[in-house]
Design a protein around this ligand. Structure first.
Ligand code: PEP
Ligand code: MG
Length: 884
């Protein structure tokens, strides 16, 4: 059998399949790898993802082959630890955990202490010499198994525990004695049989297969699907199952369990970082039930905590852990995130994986590791997720702004956020859908809250440490998070929360600072991000390795300056219509549209000319000699039509015509399908005076700026071209205006005329069109819309379902449909270049800021990509990655 792999103990050295994450999952592959480099890993085995897929396809059934292979692998564990599975004298207990190729925190379920039953619990008590521990383990097992495998409400068990403690007058679990746990086990079993109508399974083999089944099933659970959708993880990977001999962190004060990072995942600082709990098991640290202690002495002192760090309380185990950290970093050449257990002084590693990190930490670690000689520049560039840079480009709280600090929790995920308090995930989603900014405030979060966390600007929890669910997920999503702010109490019935000694209602505004854990009343002022330091270093490296240029889509001076500060090399798309919508010009625009004659239009256009010229002058000045592609008017006139009586009345006054006349004209201009209607170059063909005015504004502005040194190179772009003839006519129009302006001003400038390729016919006829075009810019928004026959404005209603059902791997308006639309881009590139070898080629649809689409553009050989200002750094890095 080649789908079940053993590790640890005297398992043979691993083969390539076992180290392949797509087969054994991240956890399984790394357990095998750790065991093979001699690290202390409890023995176990991994069932491959292929078995999961087979199981899900074959209607939830296990093959005989698999059953045999698992039986053999169990023998390996038994032999390695010298215990028997189901042995009443000296029972082997195992953990069963999921592990997909891509880590999905909190998505999958874990069962610990499997193998316990009414008989083996006595064996465990005898061999451990600790009756209380044995019965506590058994009741934990029933609780976890009931929750995860038997799909019971875990509240039932928690309630029973609360009642048991109340009966005894106990305050905490630690007061429970062996006999108390034993009677609770009886109660738990009674709950199971009452709820399910059958007994809790006593046969360890039945328990094991139940748990394997639950792991496989959890791949298709709703919360796993949501997580995959939000993180663009394919739905057909499947998960592996890891079965491993239990080690116990809850065998008294020389035992412990913890989570650690080889470097600080928030800041990237080269300092061990982590949390641990004495005498605790498994998920206690992560679940946020007890607030964990610091790993290192330095951290503890820094935070002023009084409970000892692991470094102080368990110096020997800590020293061993530190040795392991170094070995792991040298081996994986990256920061590792580790789960460990100390069983009566002896250290075991339960998991290692490449640690998730904030964008800031990712940059620092990459730059530091190059400095340390651990990795090279190219590796550093490839290691950074371009989309994560987004986190760094946004404002942080102004240190000098007044703050009304309510309380301070843990700085779980950096960034600052203000918003209205919401107390549950559904409300967060609902309010965010209405365009409100919200902060999700919870006691703690669970995987059921993911949609709300995604919708929120930030997350605030009352309980849980730096590795709690809220913290891990928020960091992954790039949401600011403050966790463990214990001065918060939530009254869900009244929809209120008290923070510190103040009362808040749902809807009141607060601010959180994920960098220092502060929670503040109201909204706090912010400042712009720091773009130097490690960010600057990585960007510099990226720039030396990329071939494509990166331009920006911008139409205001402010956007231009922003994009320049982010390193843009020109404007790839200036949508001139955005200038038409400005409050002070919309009236002139409407007068132009509703005019009945060319003369009337010219009169209104004359009002717009100086405004447009001033816009272009400002842009050319800001761009200081960088190329600027300016697109002539594109959207249907329909979009500018007045709607309300008031607007018509105003226009009537301005034009001297009656409101009725104007309404009649507006009705004539109404379109049924404006996206495919009277727009783009069709406007230029039918109302040439509009494009004339725009061309004049462009050239007059360019001539005016040219004298001051950096002469702009305007690139005049004609939208929505389908035929060569359209472009021929409009190009002649632009050339004529240019000639006129140059002779009027006595300044002559270099300029280009080109077109967007955003209709399938244009792509097909690119060879012909290129004879009139000095450049092409792929308008992949419209090209996607027209190739797929999917309206970009209505796609939202069904595209999510399409992505969920795997019809599209991702939203094709976000990430280019390379397979389909991509063919048209390639074809137009080839045909365009064939007829005009020097033609300049770029992309200016939203896809120009999407890393996967940028990789396609590199492969296709485009000259540049153009993205919105905040995406410019993302595009610079993605372009570098694509050319490595
Ligand atoms: C496009 O269609 O890709 C494009 C950039 O133009 P717009 O989004 O303005 O239609
Ligand atoms: Mg378009």
């Amino acid at each position: 059998n080649d789908t079940v792999f053993t590790f640890g103990g005297d398992a043979p050295h691993t083969n390539a399949r076992q180290k392949d994450k797509t087969i054994t999952g991240g956890k399984g592959a790394n357990l095998a790898e750790m065991a093979s480099i001699g690290l202390p890993v409890p023995p176990g085995f991994t069932i491959s993802t292929e078995e999961c897929l087979r199981y899900l396809q074959q209607g939830a059934d296990f093959s005989d082959d698999l059953r045999d292979a698992v039986a053999n692998a169990l023998k390996h564990i038994e032999k390695s630890v010298g215990k028997g599975f189901g042995d009443e004298g000296d029972p082997l207990l195992v953990s069963v955990r999921s592990g997909a190729a891509i880590s999905m925190p909190g998505m999958m379920d874990t069962v610990l202490n499997l193998g316990l039953n009414d008989e083996t619990v006595k064996g465990l008590a005898a061999t451990s010499g600790d009756e209380r521990f044995a019965w506590d383990s058994y009741r934990r097992f029933i609780q976890m198994y009931g929750d995860v495998v038997l799909d019971m409400d875990h509240g039932l068990f928690e309630e029973a525990l609360e009642i048991a403690k109340e009966d005894k007058g106990f305050y905490s679990d630690t007061e429970m004695e062996a006999s108390d746990w034993q009677s609770l086990v009886g109660e738990y079993k009674r709950i199971v049989s009452e709820e399910l109508g059958r007994e809790f399974p006593q046969d360890p083999h039945e328990q094991l297969w139940g748990a394997i089944r639950a792991v496989f099933d959890s791949w298709d659970s709703e919360r796993a699907k949501v997580y995959r959708r939000l993180n663009d993880i394919p739905h057909d990977l499947g998960t592996a199952v890891n079965v491993q001999a239990m080690v116990f962190g809850n065998m008294g004060d020389s035992s412990a369990t913890g989570v650690a990072f080889t470097r600080d995942p928030s800041t990237g600082e080269k300092a061990y970082y982590g949390e641990w709990l004495v005498n605790a098991q498994g998920e206690d640290v992560v679940a946020g039930i007890r607030t964990p202690q610091f790993l290192t002495k330095a951290r503890r002192e820094q935070s002023g905590a009084d409970k000892p760090s692991m470094e102080e309380a368990m110096p020997e185990a800590y020293a061993e852990l530190a040795r392991v950290f170094e070995l792991l970093e040298q081996h994986y050449k990256d920061m590792q995130d580790i789960e460990f257990t100390v069983q009566q002084g002896q250290l075991f590693l339960l998991q290692t994986r490449t640690g998730k990190r904030t964008a800031k930490a990712a940059l620092k670690m990459a730059v530091d590791m190059v400095g340390e000689g651990l990795i090279d520049e190219k590796t550093a560039i490839l290691r950074i997720d371009p989309m994560a840079l987004d986190q760094l480009l946004h404002p942080t709280l102004d240190p000098d702004a007044p703050r009304d600090v309510l309380t301070t929790g843990l700085p779980a995920s950096p960034g600052a956020a203000s918003g209205k308090i919401v107390l549950d995930a559904d409300t967060a989603e609902l309010w965010a859908g209405r365009g409100e900014k919200v902060i999700l405030v919870r006691v703690e979060t669970s995987p059921e809250d993911i949609h709300g966390m995604h919708a929120a600007q930030g997350i605030l929890t009352a309980r849980g440490g730096m590795t709690s669910h809220a913290a891990v997920v928020a960091r992954g999503m790039g949401r600011p998070c403050v966790s463990g702010a214990s001065a918060i109490s939530i009254q869900r019935d009244g929809r209120t929360a008290s923070i510190g000694n103040r009362e808040f209602k749902e809807g009141d505004v607060i601010t959180i600072d994920g960098a220092n854990g502060q929670v503040m009343a109201g909204e706090v002022a912010t400042i712009e991000p720091e773009l130097a330091g490690d960010f600057g270093t990585i960007m510099e490296w990226a720039d030396t390795h990329r071939r494509m240029k990166v331009r920006t889509n911008a139409e205001t001076e402010a956007d231009c300056r922003m994009a320049l500060s982010f390193g843009t090399e020109g404007i790839g798309l200036c949508r001139t219509e955005h200038m038409f919508f400005d409050a002070d010009r919309i009236s002139a625009v409407r007068q132009m549209i509703l005019a009945e004659s060319e003369e009337g239009r010219r009169k209104a256009l004359a009002l717009l000319l100086p405004e447009q010229r001033a816009d272009f002058e400002a842009i050319f000045r800001a761009m200081a000699g960088h190329p600027c592609t300016i697109r002539l008017l594109d959207p249907p006139l329909h979009e500018f039509l007045p709607t309300g009586d008031e607007e018509f009345a105003e226009l009537a006054q301005a034009t001297g015509r009656s409101a009725e006349q104007l309404k009649r004209r507006a009705a004539e201009l109404h379109e049924f399908n404006p996206m495919l209607g009277h727009r783009g170059c069709r406007l230029g063909i039918t109302f040439p005076e509009i494009y004339e005015m725009q061309a004049r504004a462009i050239f007059e502005a360019a001539c005016a700026v040219a004298g001051n040194g950096d002469a702009p190179v305007p690139e005049v772009m004609i939208p929505l071209v389908a035929t060569r003839r359209e472009l021929e006519i409009l190009r002649a129009l632009v050339d004529d205006v240019a000639k006129a302006v140059f002779s009027e001003t006595g300044v002559a400038l270099e300029y280009l005329v080109g077109t967007m390729i955003e209709l399938p016919r244009a792509a097909l006829m690119a060879g012909e069109i290129a004879q009139e075009a000095e450049f092409f810019s792929f308008g992949t928004n419209d090209l996607t819309q027209t190739t797929l026959g999917v309206s970009r404005d209505d796609a939202g209603r069904f595209l999510t379902t399409y992505v969920e059902r795997g019809i599209f791997p991702r939203d094709p308006f976000v990430s280019l449909d390379i397979e389909g639309v991509g063919q048209l881009v390639e074809l137009a590139t080839q045909r365009g270049r064939k007829s005009r070898p020097q033609i300049k080629l770029g992309i200016c649809g939203e896809h120009g800021g999407d890393p996967a689409s940028i990789a396609f553009c590199e492969a296709t050989g485009l000259d540049y990509v153009s993205a919105s200002p905040y995406r410019v750094p993302i595009a610079r890095l993605a372009a570098a990655q694509a050319s490595l």
